[in-house]
Ligand binder design. Structure first.
Ligand code: K2U
Ligand code: ZN
Length: 167
């Protein structure tokens, strides 16, 4: 297994729009395993391929306490959204910054697993937040992009300050 390097803002590669996966082969399945290992190690409950500078439509998620319920969503599409929820979010690509983000409270997602099998999933609460957060990454969107310009500016200033302090 390989631990992958996670990009952090202000790296512009995080704004890249991911391409659909067309080949479900051993290489993709190994990449999904490496993504899960990197996510558990971070630690996080989700990770998008964009964040490790691989611009394909693949995200991994595991919100279970025991870290034993991994999900791999390839070419995910939200086909239904309902309600509104506000949840505090962080991001492995935006270290040390947390903010409330408004998102749909439930989503229905069509996707393929790493073997190329078609799947459909209904999610609510934290899983719905995570799925929307990760699919945003595949569109080059980070959670700060949902904030007001003032809040986003304040968050970027804090990020820059923390980056200077850690140099
Ligand atoms: O995309 C990422 O960086 C992974 C996020 C996913 C996430 C953010 C906000 C809300 C739900 C999911 C990381 O897992 S952030 C770290 C974290 C860990 C536990 C709970 C919430 C956030
Ligand atoms: Zn994130």
């Amino acid at each position: 297994m390989t631990k992958l390097t996670i990009l952090t803002l202000p790296d512009k590669r995080l704004k890249t729009i991911a391409k659909p996966v067309t080949e479900f082969n051993h290489k993709l399945q190994q990449f999904a395993k490496d993504m899960l290992e990197t996510m558990y190690e971070a630690p996080g409950i989700g990770l998008a391929a964009t964040q490790v500078d691989k611009h394909i439509q693949l995200v991994v998620i595991d919100i279970s306490e025991e870290k034993n319920q991994p999900l791999c969503l390839v070419n995910p599409k939200i086909i239904k959204k309902d309600g509104v929820q506000i949840h505090e979010e962080g991001c492995l690509s935006v270290p040390g910054i947390y903010a409330n983000v408004k998102r749909a409270s439930t989503v229905e997602v069509e996707y393929f697993n790493e073997k190329g099998e078609e799947k459909k999933l209904q999610a609510d609460e934290l899983l719905a937040v995570c799925i929307q957060h990760e699919i945003d990454h595949l569109k080059g969107i980070v959670f700060l992009d949902h904030l007001s310009p003032l809040k986003r500016k304040m968050a970027m200033k804090k990020l820059e300050k923390e980056a200077q302090n850690s140099d």
